[in-house]
Design a protein around this ligand. Structure first.
Ligand SMILES: Cc1cc2nc3c(=O)[nH]c(=O)nc-3n(C[C@H](O)[C@H](O)[C@H](O)COP(=O)(O)OP(=O)(O)OC[C@H]3O[C@@H](n4cnc5c(N)ncnc54)[C@H](O)[C@@H]3O)c2cc1C
Length: 434
């Protein structure tokens, strides 16, 4: 007889592990299946893992602020010992530059006001007290190094910044996924690694299980696609790709690490920064390094890839991000040999995730996390468990969207916001900023 579970979750990344955990804590017999050898070894392992609360929509902001609380109380959320230790949330705060491109952060501050998220506006002098010698001249629009005017200031100065103290980064995103695996196991959940899903089986008009590459079949009336950058490949297994308005694609990303400018004590006072004028974000990384990521400006071609054949070597793109950051920190050295990681986001048309059911009964999706959902891990897991439980009990989520009440904020939101059939959300930043 084929093995039987109440729900199979394809993927044991941070979101997949959270979905498994939340269903297991509701008494479901769950199995997370992953083709990698351990939890969080997919795109999660190379996440920048920044926890921030500035988003372009009210729902996105609320979810991020709710998500922040679980990172702050991580040990409580995990609730069990993990012999490997617990991931650590370094609450170093986030500093975001005010530029015309982001509307001088007026909307983000207004959303923070609505939700009671603390922040402080900084003038240039105060900004430079946080980051000594930060060059405040504008360089907008971001350019490529071979473009005329690269690294030459245009006109004007930054209009200061906003400091959100409730933010930071998680030091080891892979370990965080492992923590959730241990928590799910303690709640009765199971995990299978080195197990590639090659088919999703159907019977009587609904899902009935999966088949693995080794020929093994595992039965379950519920299958959840949480396959990260592979999400569209998993949807293709059930022929659903053209049956939803939203779609997902893998976008290659290079994330270099550099030695921080020597003139300030980065390990002590370094924080998350986001600077849309030069299109680079940063955060402290292990070994006293500074991690840099791109905000994907219009001048850079988007590198849509097949995650299975993607080039995992850093290229001149990574060097370019360092050069862009050096516009702010003239002391920043450009290393001869750049270190860092190459990974893929799983991106939707509006860079907002899809947390939804599908047209195939029993088949659910938590995909399209668009480079910005690590912070929302626990909330995503809880929303998916709420959605799946309600739908399996007969609620028609498409007609009567399932509601979710946030445990910390006490705010009730419609999971329909993350629908696979939504119109493209025009309030989005259409970038990793969500
Ligand atoms: C470079 C980068 C930086 C980021 N920075 C941030 C940030 O600062 N803040 C933030 O909030 N978010 C960030 N994100 C986004 C965040 O990391 C992701 O949203 C999150 O890690 C996705 O988790 P996941 O579990 O959905 O996917 P993954 O971690 O990719 O897990 C999917 C799993 O599915 C498995 N799988 C795929 N196909 C199959 C199959 N056929 N059979 C079995 N298993 C399969 C894979 O092996 C993989 O382990 C970033 C992402 C990247 C790539």
């Amino acid at each position: 007889m084929n093995k039987q579970y109440d729900a199979i979750i394809i993927g044991a990344g941070i979101i997949g592990a959270a979905v498994g955990l939340e269903l297991a804590r509701r008494g479901w017999k769950t199995l997370n299946v992953d083709k990698n050898g351990a939890a969080g070894f997919g795109s999660t392992s190379n996440s920048s893992a920044i926890i921030r609360t500035y988003y372009s929509t009210l729902d996105g902001t609320a979810m991020a602020y709710e998500g922040y609380h679980y990172w702050r109380d991580w040990a409580k959320y995990v609730g069990v010992e993990d012999a490997s230790g617990l991931a650590h949330f370094n609450e170093c705060g986030c500093l975001v530059m005010k530029v015309e491109h982001n509307g001088y952060l007026q909307k983000a501050m207004q959303l923070s006001d609505q939700l009671g998220i603390p922040y402080r506006e900084l003038n240039l002098e105060e900004l430079q007290a946080f980051i000594p010698d930060y060059d405040p001249r504008l360089y907008y629009p971001p350019k490529r190094p071979d473009a005329e005017g690269f690294a030459e200031p245009t006109t004007g100065m930054l209009q200061g910044a906003v400091h959100w103290p409730k933010g930071g980064y998680v030091n080891d995103p892979q370990l965080a996924a492992h923590n959730l695996q241990r928590a799910a196991e303690a709640a009765g959940g199971s995990f299978r690694f080195n197990a590639e899903v090659v088919a999703i089986r159907q019977a009587n008009g609904r899902v009935c299980g999966i088949s693995l590459k080794n020929g093994e079949q595992i039965d379950s009336p519920v299958v959840v696609n949480v396959a990260g950058p592979h999400s569209s490949k998993i949807n293709a297994l059930v022929g659903l790709t053209d049956k939803m308005k939203m779609s997902t694609r893998a976008l290659r990303q290079e994330v270099p690490y550099v030695s921080p400018p020597a003139h300030y004590d980065y390990t002590k006072v370094g924080m998350v920064t986001s600077d849309s004028d030069v299109a680079v974000y940063s955060r402290p990384a292990s070994g006293g390094m500074m991690l840099l990521g791109t905000e994907d400006p219009d001048c850079d071609p988007r590198d849509w890839v097949d995650p299975d054949t993607m080039d995992r070597n850093l290229t001149d793109e990574a060097v370019m991000y360092i050069m862009r950051m050096a516009q702010r920190y003239p002391q920043l050295g450009i290393p001869n040999q750049v270190r860092g990681t190459v990974e893929a986001y799983d991106v939707t048309e509006d860079w907002i995730p899809i947390y939804d059911k599908t047209d195939l009964p029993g088949y659910y999706i938590a995909i399209g996390t668009s480079g910005n959902q690590f912070k929302n891990t626990a909330v995503a897991g809880k929303m998916m468990a709420t959605l799946i439980t309600a739908c399996e009990a007969g609620q028609d989520h498409d007609k009567d969207p399932v509601q979710y009440t946030m445990e910390y904020l006490g705010r009730t939101v419609s999971i329909g916001f993350y629908s696979r059939n939504r119109e493209i959300n025009q309030e989005s930043s259409f970038s990793v900023l969500g």
